[in-house]
Design a binder for this molecule. Structure first.
Ligand code: HEC
Ligand code: HEC
Length: 404
């Protein structure tokens, strides 16, 4: 149990942490709340029912708005009562909860290289108790005050031919800092999308959707149980946030319809004790963007695999280190023999055989849906075709070596 902390007893225009209006000037990028944009972004009048406003909130006006419906911001939550049994009790979102329009103090962020999650999209936010700050120290493992909450919403499109206007939330995961520990919780949305209910034992949700050609399809979406959070989030026996690292956050984002540095945006939101630096050296590239194939592949492996494949992680003992910053080619798989023999190798001898994706254990395991073979090793993930194609292209482009 955490000692009670207060979250935002008064409305704060955009700068999450501060109660004083003067603070509104600290933001060089997002100067003021723009009521016009906010109405569009929240869209409760214009877009209700279409769920377009969720998309608009994500893309156009994310978080720069705060609640414009006259409610107080996220008010007087008592952290000693956490976790609530329903998501609505946290009061993170204003108006129609399914539109995920963040209240003041609920700060949105985006990562450059997201984790593949069976076609689900994500919307992420962070909430820091009033008067407290995160101390960012270098790339990762920052110091967070007790009571910090990180929110990750998973949503999917009912109609993949018009993804923007058929979005529905399906699961919302929270990590709550309780004194020294991060504790994971997950909430599954009800069918009418009026709230989400806490699940401890996980769940399987049948998703019906129309594919790009309009064919009705269904897919099973797996909500992990809360013990499985540790499989990925724990390193050296301590749970940690994985996406809130400088290398993931150092990117451009659209806020208030302007293209701005996310680092500037987060600094202006007042959640850090000392400002986060821009131009971070090891920042990740968009895996499906314009950078070189090697950079994109390393970025993909960093976010999808390195939480396990690094020292102290779940896959650490395999010796395969998939952090983008790893400079030793053998450590990141080139000509590396597998630690465990057997079926999972597919009869191949190296994690990466340069020039030969189809003889590389890495690709073999990413392609597989077999629980004894597949990577990531978490249950019921669909192989990620675009990820497999990217890693294959990277390996194919390497100068052949015999690896003997
Ligand atoms: C397969 C590995 C994996 C599992 C299992 C997993 N996560 Fe995560 N999670 C990640 C990665 C990687 C990120 C960062 C990238 C992103 O946000 O897409 C992340 C991000 C998050 C975030 C946003 C804060 C952060 O760490 O950056 C929350 C909140 C979260 N996870 C909660 C949970 C909870 C709760 C569970 C268990 C119910 C869980 N996760 C299970 C891999 C996992
Ligand atoms: C949830 C933790 C986890 C995630 C995420 C994960 N792995 Fe693994 N991985 C393991 C563990 C544990 C092993 C060792 C046991 C085994 O071989 O099954 C392993 C082994 C491997 C091996 C064999 C390595 C060797 O040299 O012995 C390869 C290749 C591999 N993983 C690739 C990947 C790739 C690529 C990804 C991301 C797309 C990934 N893994 C994501 C846990 C994980």
């Amino acid at each position: 149990m955490i000692a009670p902390v207060m979250y935002f007893p008064t409305r704060i225009p955009i700068f999450g942490q501060s109660n004083s209006a003067e603070q509104a000037d600290v933001g060089s990028v997002i100067k003021t709340k723009d009521p016009e944009t906010c109405n569009v972004a929240h869209g409760t009048h214009h877009y209700r029912g279409l769920r377009l406003s969720l998309w608009a909130t994500l893309l156009l006006c994310l978080g720069a708005c705060g609640s414009s419906d006259g409610d107080d911001g996220l008010g007087f939550r008592q952290s000693s009562q956490f976790p609530f049994q329903t998501l609505s009790e946290f009061d993170f979102f204003a108006g129609d909860i399914a539109e995920l329009a963040p209240r003041d103090g609920v700060v949105p962020y985006q990562v450059t290289s997201p984790l593949w999650a069976d076609h689900a999209g994500k919307a992420r936010f962070i909430v820091v108790p009033q008067g407290e700050f995160i101390e960012p120290m270098g790339d990762e493992d920052w110091m967070y005050p007790s009571g910090t909450i990180i929110i990750k919403n998973f949503f999917y499109s009912r109609d993949r031919s018009r993804p923007e206007d058929s979005i529905e939330p399906i699961e919302t995961r929270l990590m709550i800092k309780e004194n020294d520990d991060w504790v994971g919780h997950t909430y599954v949305w009800n069918a009418s999308l009026t709230d989400a209910v806490r699940k401890v034992a996980g769940a399987r949700v049948e998703l019906d959707f129309l594919d790009e050609d309009g064919t009705p399809k269904s897919q099973q979406y797996v909500v992990p149980n809360t013990n499985q959070c540790k499989d990925c989030h724990e390193r050296h026996e301590e749970s940690r946030p994985l996406g809130l690292v400088a290398r993931q956050l150092d990117r451009m984002v659209i806020r208030n319809q302007q293209n701005v540095s996310q680092i500037d945006y987060l600094n202006a939101a007042g959640i850090f004790k000392t400002p986060l630096q821009r131009g971070f050296d090891g920042h990740l590239v968009d895996p499906f963007g314009a950078a070189s194939v090697a950079e994109r592949a390393r970025s993909y492996l960093d976010s999808n695999c390195a939480h396990c494949h690094r020292d102290g992680g779940n896959g650490g003992p395999s010796g395969l280190v998939l952090l983008a910053s790893e400079t030793n080619p053998t450590a990141f798989g080139i000509c590396k023999g597998p630690v465990a023999a057997g079926k999972a190798t597919g009869g191949f001898y190296h994690d990466i055989l340069p020039g030969e994706p189809d003889k590389s254990i890495m690709v073999h395991r990413m392609k597989s849906a077999d629980p004894e073979v597949k990577m990531p090793e978490i249950p019921n993930r669909l192989p990620h075709d675009a990820g497999v194609a990217l890693i294959s292209e990277w390996i194919r482009g390497m100068s052949p070596q015999s690896c003997d």
